[in-house]
Design a protein around this ligand. Structure first.
Ligand code: ADP
Ligand code: ZN
Length: 637
């Protein structure tokens, strides 16, 4: 009783102190943090980070499985909390990329009565600055009341704020071993030595061998970084701490740092062990970068992390594994020797990798004889390990729904279609719109087929899926890390082919908004050709890096001024030139092949879906005008 009173009084004093410092130091980042901190905490309670297509998300919405939605980056991304009976009602945290043009989303959310929050982009603007200076003191006082009220009955007393929120597993997730990881062999190999160190640390320390304290796993989401860290702990049979970087990013100065200290204290008590910090860029972002200058709280947290990593001079067996998909924005101090001195890149799996991963996830599922995992791997370039796991899982769910005893080709195909394109809707009535969409899709398919440098058609459909009213898929060549200029141009022409067909067949006034996504892709590609690949008259200059445009990330702001303004004009001019050229070509191809287009459209209106083989048979019965004698691309300069 007395202890509580003293504790709370002390806490009040500290808070008032913080308040004084805080009011002075708060900036626009702080404002964001207040709105983010709630969702961050909730998100990270379940480190699940799967992804879902927008179409699937709409289905979840309709089924009433969505609990809460947090919108980020001007509603381009959403973090969705949901639970579906299909997955045993366990809470899921899912990332959804919102397609441009999905403007009714907010009204939909309201309609279904879903709790949602839109989080502002970190944007230093005058109003926010003003608001933060006036509003924040009020927020702080409000915050005080909030904490005191909560501390009355909640079991989380204010004193536990500085405690680490890391989840601790004495024996990590039963059974995740190196055997359960496929497709990332190099990364696995890197870790074998670490496992043997963790098993017998003395053997190494006696001979003075230096074992890395920190390993940084760099790669896109869902490629198995968490899985790898768990597997090391499991193989070495040591405890596993896991925490997300964003859990250290807190509203009050000093709390993140206190959590870091606490985490490392617990870890060293349990050494040897693995400390896994997911999304380490949330704390480790380059200091002083980003919009609006530094964030003192984050800097303190980062400094604490650096100190802790320096702290264990000779490694007694605490190995820190960090994961990020953006190593380039990390503070360089983190990457210095003695800290994260080993970087392991985890890439999206290639074809063989995908076969391996599919095999791992097919192990405990009844798979029918007609399913070819090799074929499935061929069809899924760009899929991450998590996507593939998700695919087989969906297929299993479908098989259950259809009361089948094994997963057949049918379910696998349907699951793949869902994941690539979203959920199938009801087909449209035979209206002018349906006809227009058919022409649009066939426009893509025909331009793609005529161009030598383009991938083959995999499937054309006018059954609506997700937000798309129709879709044309191409089978990409195996893992296209190197694309030639003519391949890029072919891609732009083909992407414009849909709209070109609308234009040629229905005339300018009838062109619809349906191509907006196509146009966005085209603009992106053309811009990259100019600014990243040196494929324009401006010459071989890298004017932007891969991630520019994302100003909210560290370092992004500088990019805007990296080149002079007249270069910006020239970039725009070159981008327009490429796109205009490609549009001309697309229209030319549509005009040249009008007869076959009409025929394919009639067929498509009839059957709704044509697969690649059928499509090619159709083409072979008519002569289409190939580019072979009239090269559509090489003329461009
Ligand atoms: P990350 O941490 O890189 O975002 P995760 O390790 O959380 O990705 O992967 C999520 C899930 O996807 C895993 O639990 C696993 O089921 C599957 N997965 C991802 N990569 C692989 C892989 N290389 N081999 C097997 N399964 C994988
Ligand atoms: Zn299109």
């Amino acid at each position: 009783m007395w202890r509580n009173l003293i504790r709370n009084t002390l806490f009040a004093l500290i808070l008032v102190g913080l308040l004084l410092i805080g009011v002075k130091q708060f900036n626009s980042n702080g404002l964001n943090d207040t709105s983010n901190s709630k969702s961050n905490k909730e998100i990270n309670q379940n480190l699940v980070s799967s992804r879902m297509t927008y179409g699937r998300f709409l289905e979840y919405l309709e089924m009433g499985w969505v609990k809460q939605v947090d919108l980020y980056d001007n509603s381009r991304n959403a973090i969705v909390e949901a639970s579906s009976p299909e997955l045993g009602n366990r809470p899921q945290i899912i990332r959804v990329e919102i397609p441009v043009g999905a403007s009714q989303l907010i009204s939909k959310l309201k309609e279904y009565n879903i709790d949602f929050d839109a989080h502002p982009v970190e944007n230093k603007n005058f109003l926010i600055t003003l608001a933060s200076n006036i509003l924040l003191p009020i927020l702080f006082v409000g915050g005080l009341f909030y904490f005191f009220q909560n501390s009355e009955n909640a079991n989380s007393s204010p004193m536990s704020l500085g405690k680490s929120t890391a989840r601790f597993e004495r024996r990590p997730d039963t059974g995740v071993g190196f055997n359960d990881i496929a497709g990332i062999d190099e990364a696995k190999a890197e870790f074998e030595e670490i496992v043997s160190f963790l098993k017998q640390p003395d053997k190494y320390t006696i001979v003075g061998a230096k074992i890395p304290k920190g390993i940084l796993l760099v790669g896109p989401p869902g490629t198995g970084k968490t899985l790898l860290a768990k597997a090391i702990a499991n193989e070495a049979d040591v405890p596993f701490f896991s925490v997300a970087g964003s859990e250290f990013v807190e509203m009050f100065i000093g709390i993140g740092a206190a959590r870091v200290r606490d985490l490392f204290k617990k870890a060293s008590e349990n050494a040897p062990c693995i400390v896994f910090i997911d999304e380490i860029d949330a704390v480790g972002r380059e200091r002083g970068a980003g919009v609006g200058g530094g964030n003192d709280e984050r800097e303190q947290t980062l400094n604490q992390l650096l100190t802790e990593m320096d702290g264990f001079k000779e490694n007694k067996g605490v190995i820190v594994v960090g994961a990020t998909n953006r190593a380039d924005i990390l503070d360089s101090a983190l990457l210095r020797p003695g800290r994260f001195d080993r970087q392991v890149t985890v890439n999206l799996p290639d074809r063989l990798g995908r076969i391996g991963i599919l095999k791992v996830h097919a192990r405990n599922k009844p798979i029918g004889n007609d399913v070819s995992l090799v074929q499935l791997a061929n069809r899924t370039p760009g899929f991450s390990g998590a996507d593939l796991a998700n695919l087989l899982n969906e297929a299993a769910i479908l098989a259950t729904r259809y009361k089948k005893s094994a997963i057949t080709k049918n379910e696998v195909n349907e699951a793949a279609d869902r994941i690539i394109g979203g959920i199938e809707g009801t087909s449209m009535d035979d209206t002018k719109n349906k006809r227009l969409i058919a022409y649009h899709e066939v426009g893509h398919a025909i331009t793609g087929s005529v161009l030598k440098s383009h991938d083959e058609v995999e499937k054309i459909t006018i059954t609506p899926r997700g937000v798309a009213k129709g879709l044309t898929w191409f089978t990409p060549e195996e893992d296209q890390s190197l694309l030639s200029r003519s391949e890029l141009l072919a891609r732009i022409i083909t992407t414009l082919g849909g709209r070109a067909a609308e234009q040629v067949i229905f005339g300018d006034p009838e062109v619809t908004t349906g191509a907006s996504n196509d146009l966005q892709q085209v603009t992106n590609l053309a811009r990259q050709m100019v600014t990243r690949f040196g494929m324009s008259n401006i010459g071989p200059l890298a004017l932007e890096d891969e991630n520019s445009g994302q100003v909210f990330l560290g370092g992004g702001m500088v990019q805007g001024t990296e080149y002079a303004e007249n270069i910006a004009d020239r970039i725009d001019e070159q981008v327009c030139k490429i796109i205009n050229y490609c549009e001309q070509k697309a229209i030319e191809i549509i005009l040249d092949n009008r007869v076959i287009i009409d025929l394919v459209v009639e067929k498509l209106l009839d059957v709704e879906t044509i697969d690649g083989a059928e499509f090619r048979t159709l083409l072979s019965t008519y002569t289409i005008l190939p580019e072979k004698n009239a090269p559509y691309i090489s003329k461009f300069s």
